[in-house]
Write a protein that binds this ligand. Structure first.
Ligand code: SF4
Length: 174
């Protein structure tokens, strides 16, 4: 079976089923979402892309919470002080000439995807937002990278920059 179709079945059939189960087993919900993201990534990696039209989509909570600069309209407003990974991610995006945006939620993320018209997406977010975003953007190839939450959800989150770089390399090199 083609991997794209299999991915569609995972996202449109298996994922809703797991979320239904998750309504009864709430403590397992995040694990279900993580498994869908991992399965999606494995199937996306079966394809060959060779594109530089990559959108790197970040959650707003990756910006340190006491930074006063608004990044949602223009991430390049960042002063690159280095207190959070936004500085590093701008550097990575510039190095590879990628589109880079911060989204404050699913609605804005969908709008960004429609406007940027990428050929591939690397999305960083929590498991909940990532898994639902994968469903919304299918059949676009998206590699999802769950964020790290050393201070709990939605505040001063982080991402493994090595994983971001590796995902870019994957899409760029066919
Ligand atoms: S790198 Fe500095 S200026 Fe840029 S978003 Fe982070 S804290 Fe704000």
């Amino acid at each position: 079976m083609p991997y794209k179709l299999l991915r569609g079945m995972v996202l449109k059939i298996w994922y809703p089923f797991l979320m239904l189960l998750g309504a009864f087993f709430k403590q397992r919900r995040e694990g279900f979402q993580r498994s869908v993201i991992a399965l999606n990534n494995r199937l996306v990696r079966k394809g060959r892309y060779g594109t530089r039209k990559i959108l790197l989509l970040l959650p707003h909570c990756i910006q340190v919470n006491d930074c006063q600069i608004r990044l949602t309209h223009n991430i390049y407003n960042c002063k690159r002080c280095g207190r959070c990974e936004v500085k590093d991610l701008i550097g990575i995006a510039e190095e590879h000439k990628l589109e880079l945006f911060i989204a404050t939620g699913g609605t804005l993320a969908r709008k960004i995807v429609l406007e940027a018209r990428p050929e591939a997406i690397i999305a960083v977010a929590c498991e909940r937002d990532l898994s639902s975003g994968l469903v919304d953007t299918y059949p676009m190839p998206v590699l999802g990278i769950p964020n790290e939450r050393p201070f709990g959800p939605c505040v001063n989150t982080r991402v493994d920059l090595g994983r971001v770089r590796e995902a870019i390399e994957f899409f760029v090199h066919p």
